[in-house]
Design a protein around this ligand. Sequence first.
Ligand SMILES: [Zn+2]
Length: 69
Amino acid sequence: MCRDPTRTTDRYKIQTGGRTVTTDLCDQDAAPIVELMEKIKKVSPGQKTRGMARVATMEEIEALKKARK
Ligand SMILES: [Zn+2]
């Protein structure tokens, strides 16, 4: 969740294991996830976003974090 109420947020879905967590993030918070989405799109162009929410798995986010170090 974004902790800054002055920022506008978008809703994101994070898949972790069998669960899907929905969270509202501002552009700043979502930057790593958005970056991840772009990478996923390049790797698998067939993958579509579901509805309004963008979807990433926790594993993909962790992999991205490691890649950035
Ligand atoms: Zn934020």
